[in-house]
Design a protein around this ligand. Structure first.
Ligand code: ARG
Length: 290
């Protein structure tokens, strides 16, 4: 007879959580050459406030260079004159398993961005493309976890757009109702940190959607109104490094305590358009090795 004895090593039993591991990502970005605020389609935008486009470019370049330094691959799409919001690449599409769901914008001002992004994918080796029939604003409202696609609605993307994504990707899409106009896209109120770990601002969601988030992610990092108000949730994580607006200091501390490495960025000029780190970043997820 064999006896198996479990030995609890006091050294490992009390050790800190295992170090977070970064996974190399591929991102698509768009230089804010033509960035401006000439219309207002969210409460952050005020066309009366002057925009310093060269400063926006400089801030964006620092974000771009940081991704490269961290070992990520960054593709660029050419900015189109007359499309001042095109810098917000997250809205351009959603890419899961190498499949590209194009965006269909709610507002006429951004309508031409959908085809422009889809054309980039068509000419850069992506073969499974879907031109959407229903409004969805890409990764602004679709956030991909290990198991689900979390999908915002209320201001931009629609429930029909959620179903279209579920059918196309074959992944469960969890609809979440956004209720505060300042957090008009899901990526302004929630961020995916690791496969099944998220952080979010509870005040941005309806009671029913909050209950769903609590059930799916009982250990989520919760953001305060202050950290959400400086766009702290508009963050990008590679599993270890979490790039977020530098003003979100409380959130950075919470992430650090969870074993992540928060990196603060100043994207104040782009915030005049209602966007920050995540909005500037579209993740290109390859097909998973099977
Ligand atoms: N001005 C843009 C809009 O209102 C900002 C988009 C920000 N992008 C994002 N992924 N939240 O549509």
């Amino acid at each position: 007879m064999t006896t198996v004895t479990a030995v609890l090593d006091p050294a490992t039993a009390t050790a800190a959580p295992a170090a977070r591991v970064a996974r190399t990502r591929r991102y698509l970005m768009c230089r804010p050459t033509h960035f401006d605020v000439t219309y207002a389609i969210n409460p952050w935008m005020d066309p009366a406030k002057p925009v310093d486009t060269p400063l926006a470019v400089a801030q964006w370049e620092r974000l771009h260079d940081l991704y490269v330094q961290l070992g990520h691959e960054v593709d660029l799409i050419d900015p189109v004159p007359g499309l001042p919001d095109m810098v917000f690449a997250a809205n351009g599409a959603t890419v899961v398993d190498g499949k590209v769901l194009g965006a269909l914008f709610r507002n006429a001002e951004r309508a031409a961005e959908g085809p422009a992004y889809l054309e980039w994918f068509r000419t850069h080796g992506f073969t499974e493309l879907h031109d959407p029939a229903y409004v969805n604003e890409g990764e602004g409202d679709f956030l991909v976890t290990g198991d689900y696609v979390l999908a915002g609605k209320g201001f931009r993307s629609t429930p029909e757009g959620h179903f279209e994504a579920q059918e196309f990707f074959g992944r469960p899409v969890i609809g979440l109702d956004l209720v505060d106009p300042r957090y008009y896209h899901l990526d302004t109120a929630l961020s995916v940190l690791a496969d099944n770990e998220v952080m979010y601002y509870p005040g941005a969601f309806s009671p029913g959607s909050l209950a769903v988030l609590e059930q799916l992610f009982p250990d989520a990092v919760l953001a305060t109104a202050e950290d959400a108000g400086v766009f702290g949730l508009n963050a990008v994580s590679d599993g270890r490094h979490v790039i977020l607006p530098e003003a979100a200091t409380g959130l950075a501390k919470k992430l650090h305590d969870r074993g992540f490495e928060p990196i603060g960025m100043d994207l104040s000029e782009l915030l005049k358009g209602g966007g920050s780190v995540k909005c500037c970043t579209l993740e290109l997820r390859e097909r998973r090795a099977s």
